[in-house]
Design a protein around this ligand. Structure first.
Ligand code: X8Z
Ligand code: ZN
Length: 666
């Protein structure tokens, strides 16, 4: 999932509740428990110094409660997480209220920025009403727990079998059986149905919070964290998408032809859309698992990273089993396998750390290795969605994953370490500046490193075999990257197109699902193979919806990471085509990267971007430069095909509203 910057964002959200029209402290704020007394005669600069200290002091208990509820899901941990979140948000309200005294007064530029940051960028704008705030944090914890503990059960009695997300994803990754994939896909989506009511209420509450803060709705609050007017953000993302769309359409067209060949007669859905359950990924956001179907040249260049990682794990497991008595019982065998999985996941993390260290960054602290959750525990429910945590703003950084030995998880580790190194780099800044330049920056750090994992780099670490230089192997490696990066982009946009609509009321609870599939069709060109009416809540089957993590950040990250990559390649002295560059081991690139990380969000992101890339605008030109050979190849392949798709009428028209609920007594 997201890194725990969300926490700060939550805090920021809360503070917004007090940005109102009257200057007197609101009774709510005055009565907040734990609100420190305001020292008499305190200046704005002194206030921010104090807020920074209080924020840092509160952080450990807040993050600890969230960590426990994510790594040990039960009613008690959820209760505590909700409570600590509520307290924290209330405290933030109090800080914001205190800051209002200084509106319009002279203060240092840093203090003005810090006060502004308190008011902006809220991901969960909390309502002013204390009961509603408590209800909001309870619902948030509950939805996160429901998602994390979600399971799909089939069969009766002895034959009853329950599978969680990881097992269902395994089916989509490895099975090419149409019905088995459909079952896994539908099964996972069934876990979201019970969340529909909670989500509906959640939307009302965050909108109430947003309005209390002076925003039109929660979506506008989300769009306000980009050092530009919120009204401009949607157009900005449209502009960037416009740059990449032709490339996506080529990839889609090629993919559709291969899917038709692989699943004759049912490789596409009416209108030329790709069937959601066949794309190798629960949300069709990364098509890399379809390598067996989509690989351009099967005999050019071995890039089977998953195969290599699995083999490494098997070797480790065999060593462990041999060391043990061969006759050990099945319980002990399971323990040994678990220990081998943990060791293997740590090795994958060491490999990722090595890249960062090669750039001159520090090794991770010992506590990273002892306190992280690397694999799925056997005895309890956890939120498996990957995340990186800064527990105390003082070096206790962690990753939480349910790592498996496959390519996707391998690159996710690099992604999470990007967050972790960002935390470590800006830990010296005042707490209010300990954040990404904007949230897309935070998401782009590790992915920039992933772009530098060229076939040559992968060969040098022994993950893939000898790489030959040929046009065919180039197309293969470009395709591998495109299936992860280009396929992602329309997904990165559509989630918040849906949520912005939900928050502004243009998408109502009666049209949650039809609007979801309408946007999936419009942006991604994918569709469900079977009807998905309003009895479903398919948005809820994607972590970031019940987890309330804004998603535009990932779209922006997929643009920015190519800009960062290009800048670091330049810094390293690379001269050839962009896609050939790896800055592994290059200290000059490392220094430039670190200089950006170390800034946090102490200045507008445009300035930070300029210092790294020379330009102040987000720009997808480096994406196109990188993929130029693939785009040319795809265009050639697609010649004579009719590309593009039309969204089916059923996905566009809202489903009929359900019958009104029966009146309840009392
Ligand atoms: O949620 C994540 C990371 C944590 S911030 C694992 N990502 C998005 C997703 O999985 O949906 C990374 C890419 C997109
Ligand atoms: Zn992330």
């Amino acid at each position: 999932m997201t890194h725990r910057h969300a926490l700060l964002a939550l805090a920021v959200a809360a503070s917004l509740t007090l940005v109102g029209c009257n200057r007197a402290p609101s009774p709510d704020a005055a009565s907040q428990p734990g609100a420190a007394a305001v020292p008499e005669g305190e200046t704005a600069d002194q206030l921010i110094t104090r807020v920074n200290a209080e924020l840092k002091a509160m952080m450990p208990e807040l993050t600890a409660s969230q960590w426990l509820s994510s790594t040990y899901i039960n009613d008690d941990s959820q209760l505590l997480a909700a409570k600590y979140n509520e307290r924290y948000l209330a405290q933030l309200n109090s800080w914001i209220e205190q800051a209002r005294r200084f509106e319009g007064q002279q203060m240092s530029a840093d203090t003005a920025r810090a006060i502004n940051l308190l008011k902006l960028g809220a991901s969960m704008p909390p309502p002013r009403n204390p009961e509603h705030l408590a209800e909001l944090t309870r619902i948030a914890s509950k939805m996160e727990g429901t998602y994390g503990a979600g399971q799909y059960c089939t069969g009766e009695g002895e034959a009853r079998r329950c599978r969680q997300l990881g097992a269902l994803e395994d089916v989509l990754r490895t099975s090419r059986d149409y019905d088995a994939q459909l079952d896994a896909w539908q099964g996972w989506h069934s876990i979201a149905q019970p969340m529909r009511g909670d989500y509906t209420r959640f939307v009302e509450l965050v909108n109430e919070g947003a309005r209390d803060l002076g925003f039109a709705d929660a979506g506008e609050a989300w769009r306000s964290g980009y050092d530009m007017p919120p009204a401009e953000l949607a157009a900005e993302t449209d502009r960037l998408w416009g740059q990449v769309k032709p490339l996506y359409e080529q990839l889609h067209c090629y993919t559709r032809a291969r899917m038709d060949a692989r699943y004759p007669g049912r490789g596409t859905v009416d209108g030329g859309l790709l069937p959601a359950h066949l794309m190798g990924n629960m949300w069709q956001q990364d098509w890399g698992n379809l390598w067996d179907v989509l690989q351009p040249y099967p005999n050019a260049g071995d890039l089977d990273i998953t195969g290599a990682l699995e083999k490494n794990y098997q070797v480790l497991l065999n060593e462990r089993m041999v060391k043990e008595n061969a006759l050990i019982d099945s319980d002990r065998r399971a323990e040994v396998a678990h220990a081998a999985q943990l060791d293997n996941a740590k090795r994958m993390n060491e490999r990722a750390q090595d890249f960062y260290v090669s750039l001159g960054m520090p090794t991770l602290p010992e506590s990273y290795w002892t306190k992280s959750q690397f694999i799925k525990p056997r005895d309890r429910d956890v939120v498996c969605h990957a995340s990186a945590w800064d527990m105390n703003m003082a070096g206790d950084v962690r990753t939480k994953m349910c790592t498996k030995p496959n390519e996707e998880d391998f690159t996710t580790i690099y992604h999470e370490l990007g967050h972790v190194y960002y935390y470590l780099a800006y830990n010296g800044r005042p707490p209010l500046f300990q954040n990404g330049a904007h949230d897309g920056f935070h998401e782009a750090i590790g992915d920039t490193i992933v772009l530098a994992m060229t076939p040559q780099y992968l060969q040098s670490i022994g993950l893939v075999g000898e790489q030959t230089q040929s046009q065919e192997s180039l197309v293969n490696s470009q395709m591998r990257m495109a299936l992860a990066k280009v396929a992602f982009m329309p997904f990165g946009l559509m989630i918040d197109r849906w949520r912005w609509g939900v928050f502004d009321g243009s998408i109502t609870p009666q049209t949650y699902n039809s609007a979801w599939w309408s946007l999936k069709a419009q942006y991604q060109g994918v569709a469900p193979a079977t009807a998905r009416g309003e009895e479903f809540f398919d948005a809820g089957a994607k972590y970031h919806v019940p987890g309330n993590t804004p998603y535009t950040r990932y779209f922006l990250s997929h643009v920015l990471q190519f800009q960062f990559y290009k800048a670091l390649c330049d810094a390293s002295g690379h001269t050839g085509p962009l896609y050939e560059c790896s800055f592994y081991g290059n200290k000059a690139a490392g220094e430039k990267f670190w200089a950006m990380l170390e800034k946090g969000n102490s200045q507008p992101w445009q300035q930070t971007l300029k210092e790294l890339t020379g330009g102040e605008q987000m720009d997808a030109a480096p994406v196109l430069e990188y993929f130029a050979p693939l785009q040319a190849w795809l265009t050639e392949q697609n010649e004579g095909r009719s590309c593009g798709w039309t969204a089916p009428a059923t996905a566009q028209s809202p489903a009929p509203a359900p019958a009104p609920a029966a009146p309840t007594g009392g």
